[in-house]
Each structure stands twice: as C-alpha cells, then as structure tokens.
Design a protein around this ligand. Structure first.
Ligand code: ZN
Length: 283
C-alpha cells in the first residue's frame, strides 16, 4: 500500500536577469537546420546571426509564406535554397536576449528573487505588444531555458574567441504560451501534474529539500503545480473582455484583479447614467 505523508519542502524562485532589446530581423536563406537570418536593428547588434534559426519559432504569417503550397514546413535537405522574395524583404519584430553589460559565462548575470504568483498574474494580463513584453521581461528576467544568448566560437586566423549571439524571442510564441497557461488553469489538474512533475534537490539545512526555478516559465509552471496540489479553486474573471482564471481565495470574489472590478463598476455607472438621461429626455 502506498503511504501518503506530508513533508516540508521549500520553493525558490530566483530568476537570472538578462536584458531584452527590441529589434528586427530579416530572413536570408535556408541552411541545413533552419534559416540564416540577419539582424537589422538595433544598429549595435546588426549583422549576420550566428546560427540557423528553426522555422518553427517564426510567426505563423511568416511560416505560411515559407512553406511550399500544400507541403509542410521542412527545411531539411534544401540548404542554400533561395527564399521567396516577399518573405525575405519583410522585417520581423523580435526581442533580442543579451547579457547585461559586463556579464559573461564566468560572471553570470545576477539573480533576482521573484514572486511566482505575481509573475503569473502579470504574464496573464500582459498586452500583446512587443514593448510591453520587453518591459515585462526586463523586470522579471530570463523567460525560458531556450531564450538566452548563445555562446559561439569565432575563428580569426589562428586564434578563436568566444562571443555571444543574442537569443531570439518572437511575440507570437509568447502569446501562444499565454493562452496555454490560461487553458491549463481551466483544464484537467491530474493531467497537468502528470506532464509537469516537480523535482527537488537537497541541501544541508532545514527543510533540506528544495525546488528551484531560474526562469520565468519554470516559476509559473511551479506556481500552477503548487496551486493544483493545494486544491486552490479557480474562477473565471467576470469582466466579459477579460476571462482570465484566478485563484478564488475569497468567497464571492468575481474579478481577477481590482483593475477589472473597477472597469466593470465604471461601465455599470456609465450605463446607468445613460439610461437615466434617456428616461429624463422621454419624461
Ligand atoms: Zn479580469
């Protein structure tokens, strides 16, 4: 028979601070494992991007233009193939992830202790704009394991030096993850926990077992896992144009945030005023 025992464990949310810069890229040609791209802006990062970028990360409008009609997007086996001119001329907005000034692999960026629940709330409410996304990430830090500057060995004659290519982040990729997180809060808890198991490391002081997250995405997933394990009930915000799930920690709470409650009450009083004005006119 299985034993069910409650034991204390600790959670740490310490996210690495990386800088995110708004920029644009342009596609050049197919390579063996993706696409060669050029960074167009900002000026100080402009030039050929160090590694081929897998087309799966590109916004769907770009992917549609890339795929041959009726065929799936599979760049393998056509390195060097020229791109359709329309798509090659387009500037694609990205966020470039770079190390803050003075940081390198030997001096990793500082970590910041964050509140994973506040982070989740802010991410779910994030507006779909690259400027808002950049402000959000520059405040919280590294988004995921996939988004970080890539180390590259550059050869010049006989010497080689280590440099970094910025990590690329596309808005659409982030909005998709926002929807996924919203859906998972409304979805099947057992299924979610099975797909996102919590792992623990150990250390010499109480409570000995600790789970550490060093990226925003990891911290959000852990916050969901903890809420699900604690059986926190979730409700959907009643503001018609919000619909974000929120932890129902108080009886009768109808809105995800004070902001939404305020908007609804402003709308309600305006509607009442209009109705009253209408009645006055009639009378
Ligand atoms: Zn809301």
């Amino acid at each position: 028979m299985a034993h069910r025992i409650q034991l204390p464990v600790e959670f740490e949310f310490e996210v690495e601070q990386t800088s995110y810069v708004l920029g644009t890229i342009r596609l050049r040609k197919w390579a063996a494992y993706g696409l060669r791209v050029d960074i167009i802006a900002p000026q100080e990062l402009a030039g050929e991007y160090g590694i081929p970028v897998s087309p799966v990360y590109f916004p769907s409008s770009v992917k549609e233009q890339l795929a041959a009609p009726g065929r799936s997007l599979n760049p393998a086996g056509k390195p060097g193939r020229a791109l359709n001119l329309d798509v090659a001329k387009r500037d694609i907005e990205v966020l470039l992830c770079v190390y803050p000034d003075g940081c390198d692999l030997e001096h990793p960026p500082k970590k910041k202790v964050i509140d994973a629940w506040q982070l989740r709330h802010d991410f779910l409410h994030l507006k779909h704009s690259m400027a808002a996304l950049s402000e959000f990430l520059n405040y919280y830090g590294r988004w995921s394991r996939l988004t970080y500057p890539y180390p590259e060995l550059r050869r010049q004659g006989r010497t080689s030096s280590l440099s970094f290519s910025p990590g690329l982040l596309f808005g659409e990729e982030m909005w998709e993850q926002q929807t996924e997180i919203k859906d998972s809060l409304r979805g099947d808890r057992g299924e979610w926990l099975q797909k996102h198991p919590l792992g623990f490391g150990s250390r010499s002081k109480f409570p000995y077992f600790v789970h550490t997250d060093s990226t925003c995405l990891g911290a959000i997933q852990t916050s969901i896992g903890i809420d699900f394990l604690r059986r926190v009930p979730f409700r959907i915000c009643k503001r018609s144009d919000c619909g974000i799930p929120f932890p129902a920690d108080r009886k009768g709470k109808q809105y995800c945030s004070q902001y939404c409650a305020h908007i609804v009450s402003v709308r309600r009083s305006r509607a009442q005023l209009r109705k009253k004005a209408g009645m006055d006119q009639k009378g």
